[in-house]
Design a protein around this ligand. Structure first.
Ligand code: HAM
Length: 427
């Protein structure tokens, strides 16, 4: 072990610093707002769970469970895992707290860190953040449509316009049994020329073959039978209703038969939203139905649907769309000239902050030119200047840094003056 030199953060895990964290907070604030509008309540679950939760739900033969989980033995030999996703935890909590006894639909959302030991690159980290939601207790296709409608509205609120909604149905266990037989048979002829993972999965979990990313396997996968052509009548009707509802709501989508997703719990509707602005890791979010998950985890039959947005990627997309600046511009920067002006300047800063305006003041003396430079650097909308003359007249200079206009205002009216102008310039 290296004993000298500075200690760095763990590979694939990063610090988020201001001003970027301002953007994270604004995205989260927008998420809280949209979830409240659609009547979701927040759930917070632990970042650590028993390992069995994920092998039973995400699936023992998925990349996540086989290669990517941070799993360790606790001091009492219990196997624990840092959560690679949160849907399993939400359903565990739903069962553990018997929420099903309350009847009706449960709409829950969450935000927080997830952990997967993937190869780090832009948009892919070992600690990453998700904003997600789950609806438990309804198999109505209108719920699927409403979930997608909410997602599209959320992206648009954040100024993201360049995205694609990819949609598929992976059917239910009944139609999947028939499909898997067809797929297995088709794989017999070609699996020999596929990668080692596919060769194994052709036997253990054939549907996972469709999710393979190996370049050479792609032309073979393209020709394999598609689940969407093997849906039973009920699943077909469900999917058709989802698509007709999306059309009715004016939400464009692209049916993508290969979209089986990297987790095993899905049934019927699956979806992803990708953005061209992101490069290789282009999935901003993924989700779908999991009507059998509650039973897989020992709970009562409970249909469910949900999604998780990769917040790290969402932030990249927002930055690419440049809709929200990452710094929070200041409303006011208070400039004081001469020791006598410091106490009233500090008082003014406190009053502005108490009125909910973000204000900044420096306590070390500065020449006016430098102070105005600092105001610009902070992107302050107003600089408030207090010097000898202002102290004598009892009116401070309030300079609108955008228009250049300067006005003398009594200290007690400065907050309202600033608020009025900021409000007007929104329109
Ligand atoms: P997922 O597709 O595994 O689904 O992840 C959802 C999103 O999390 C991805 O689209 C991506 O934006 C982000 N993500 C995944 N891995 C990483 C990573 N290593 N670095 C950065 N971002 C990443 C789920 O997690 C399911 N729980 C979604 C769901 C909810 N299905 C139903 N309900």
């Amino acid at each position: 072990m290296k004993t000298s030199g500075p200690i760095r953060s763990v590979r694939g895990m990063r610090d988020l610093l201001p001003p970027e964290t301002n953007l994270w907070q604004r995205v989260e604030a927008e998420a809280h707002r949209i979830f409240a509008a659609y009547h979701y309540g927040e759930i917070r679950t632990p970042v650590m769970e028993q390992t069995g939760l994920f092998s039973r739900s995400v699936g023992a033969d998925t990349d996540i469970v086989m290669k990517e989980m941070y799993t360790f033995e606790d001091r009492d030999d219990e196997s624990l895992t840092l959560r690679p996703e949160a849907t399993a935890s939400v359903v565990r909590a739903y069962i553990e707290h018997s929420l099903y006894n309350q009847g009706g639909i449960h709409k829950l959302y969450y935000m927080g860190p997830m952990f997967r030991r993937e190869r780090p690159q832009k948009g892919r980290y070992r600690q990453f953040y998700q904003i997600g939601a789950e609806v438990l207790g309804s198999e109505n296709p209108l719920v699927d449509a409403e979930v997608l409608e909410m997602l599209v509205l959320f992206l648009e609120r954040l100024g993201i316009r360049e995205y694609q909604l990819l949609l598929n149905s992976v059917g239910c266990p009944r139609c999947r049994a028939e499909y898997l037989a067809v797929l297995r048979e088709a794989l017999q002829g070609v699996k020999g020329s596929m990668c080692a993972d596919c060769l194994r999965r052709a036997e253990t979990n054939p549907q996972r073959v469709l999710d393979c990313k190996v370049e050479a396997d792609q032309p073979i996968i393209e020709k394999l039978p598609k689940i969407i052509d093997h849906l039973d009548p009920e699943c077909r009707r469900h999917f058709d209703r989802v698509t007709s509802e999306l059309q009715a709501r004016g939400i464009p989508y692209q049916v993508t038969p290969r979209l089986v997703r990297g987790l095993d719990y899905y049934t019927r509707t699956t979806f992803e939203i990708t953005s061209g602005a992101l490069g290789a890791q282009n999935a901003v979010l993924g989700g779908g139905r999991y009507d059998g998950l509650s039973e897989m985890l020992g709970g009562p039959p409970t249909p469910g649907i949900g999604f998780s947005i990769g917040q790290d990627r969402l932030i990249l997309a927002v930055q690419a769309a440049a809709a929200l600046e990452s710094g929070t511009p200041l409303a006011a920067y208070v400039v004081w000239m001469g020791e006598a002006a410091l106490p009233p300047a500090a008082r003014l800063a406190r009053e502005l902050r108490a009125q909910g305006l973000n204000a900044e003041i420096d306590y070390d003396p500065m020449k006016i030119k430098k102070a105005m430079g600092v105001a610009s650097k902070h992107q302050a909308r107003f600089a408030i200047i207090i010097g000898e003359g202002e102290l004598a007249s009892g009116r401070y200079q309030v300079k609108d840094m955008r228009s250049g206009e300067q006005k003398e205002v009594e200290p007690q009216n400065i907050g309202i003056h600033i608020k009025d102008i900021i409000e007007i310039s929104k329109y």
